[in-house]
Design a protein around this ligand. Structure first.
Ligand code: NAD
Length: 417
């Protein structure tokens, strides 16, 4: 019931009444070219593949605070009162279930609306019961989970994360290497519920989860929504690389004043975010393949909590690049964005595409949804793809492939025979 979740929920309610546009959502507004350019076939994505309709969606969630979605959205101060008032009754009806919350992973929060259990294993069992109850009470056929909870402290993989057996043993012993996110992941996968991780937290990336996802035929995706600054990075960096312009340094800083900013003000939580933000450039620029251009640049990322800004984040980038004969140049980006406004369409798309993936028989890592993440996932040993436009082609080709349409290679030599 944080800023991102409530902005998504309210937006879907508004969109289905025609009171607002789901801007930024591929599933609602995107089109897809099919066949040759001369054929003129460009259906909407939601006409090509059978996605759930907005009218059929029910929302549920957990939070460490008892506020319903209306109260939480008012507190988050992302959407204006006139928007919230228009769907107030529907928002009020979305009340959070009690959270599985061990506070050591998010020290800046002290919630009261939390479950109690003798072990983490029992905690997972309670979450599973919540999911089953939700399904029954709302009379829904299928469930999908998108993590919109806080960023947790940085955790590394340990032996407990390696197999289903070691993980379940760890749950019984309430192993400290199992964070809150992993409790939800485990509960969802056990129930066959696809799980997308919108935060940088250790969650769907561990071998035990991959094993369980395969065993239960459940799709997983992550991690950390690609929204403001990283979105810009994955647009600009591939452009510089395509023209082989060199890079001396990339300095990125953000100010934001929402609760996410407050949580990230704790160095242990920031470290989780920093790791997810730093990986992007190296993976796009491939320093080892480009000595002299990209093997000696300085990359710095900062986030500063600045309460007056609320959700209206400002992300600055200073890029020191060089061109022909090594002559230096600079690019400055000042993105006056809105965190949750950029994240909401991603949450909706992930929910609909993960549901589609499950029905299509996909399981495990959904690499084609890497388009939506700062730290996308790939099979063990495979280099991950960060370039937004390669990710977009992959996503669209996966949709074409799903319905037996020809894949598009952009070769196009047949037009010149
Ligand atoms: N908005 C963006 O642009 C963006 C981009 C990438 C990632 N994210 C991530 O998305 C997440 C949500 O962002 P936000 O701005 O909505 O933050 P927020 O602080 O407004 O919301 C997070 C919510 O999670 C709840 N929570 C924390 N631990 C929980 C638990 N164990 N169980 C249930 N609820 C729990 C908190 O009480 C809070 O209500 C954050 O992790 C953020 O880093 C956001």
């Amino acid at each position: 019931m944080g800023a991102v979740a409530t902005t998504t929920i309210a937006g879907v309610f508004l969109a289905r009444r025609g009171l607002g546009k789901p801007v930024g959502s591929l599933t609602q507004l995107g089109t897809i070219r099919l066949g040759k350019r001369t054929e003129g076939r460009n259906p909407k994505i939601n006409e090509l593949v059978p996605l759930a309709n907005l009218e059929d969606i029910e929302f549920g969630g957990w939070d460490v605070f008892p506020d319903n979605a209306l109260e939480a959205a008012r507190r988050a101060r992302v959407l204006e009162t006139e928007h919230l008032d228009a769907v107030a009754d529907e928002l009020k009806a979305v009340a959070p279930m009690k959270a599985a919350f061990y506070p050591e992973y998010v020290k800046r929060l002290s919630g009261t609306h939390v479950k109690e259990a003798p072990s983490k294993y029992e905690m997972v069992e309670q979450l599973r019961a919540d999911i089953r109850r939700f399904k029954q009470e709302r009379n829904v056929d299928r469930v999908v989970a998108v993590w919109c909870g806080s960023t947790e402290t940085f955790l590394q993989q340990t032996p407990v994360h390696q197999t289903i057996a070691s993980f379940e043993e760890g749950l019984r012993k309430s192993d400290p290497n199992i964070n809150n996110t992993l409790l939800y992941v485990w509960a969802c996968l056990k129930e066959g519920v696809p799980f997308a991780n919108g935060a940088p937290n250790l969650g769907v990336d561990i071998p035990a989860v991959h094993e369980l996802a395969r065993e239960t035929n459940t799709p997983i995706a992550g991690r950390d929504f690609k929204t403001g600054q990283t979105l810009m990075k994955t647009v600009i960096a591939p452009g510089l690389k395509a023209r082989l312009l060199g890079l001396n340094g990339w300095y990125s800083t953000n100010i934001l004043g929402n609760r996410d900013g407050e949580v990230l003000d704790d160095p242990a939580n920031f470290k989780t975010k920093e790791n997810s933000k730093l990986g992007v450039l190296d993976s796009i620029l491939e320093p080892a393949k480009h000595p002299g251009l990209y093997d000696d640049y300085f990359h710095k990322v900062r986030i500063d909590y600045y309460p007056p800004r609320g959700d209206a984040k400002e992300g600055w980038d200073n890029i020191d690049l060089f061109g022909w004969m090594g002559y230096p140049m600079q690019i400055k980006i000042d993105f006056l964005c809105r965190d949750s406004i950029l994240a909401a369409p991603i949450v909706l798309d992930l929910a609909l595409f993960m549901d589609l993936a499950k029905r299509a028989g996909f399981r495990g890592i959904q690499e084609w949804l890497g388009f939506y993440f700062k730290a996308p996932m790939a099979a063990e040993g495979l280099q991950v793809e960060h370039d937004l436009f390669v990710q977009q082609s992959k996503l669209k080709n996966t949709l074409r492939w799903m319905v037996g349409e020809e894949l598009i290679t952009h070769l196009g030599n047949e037009y010149y025979d």
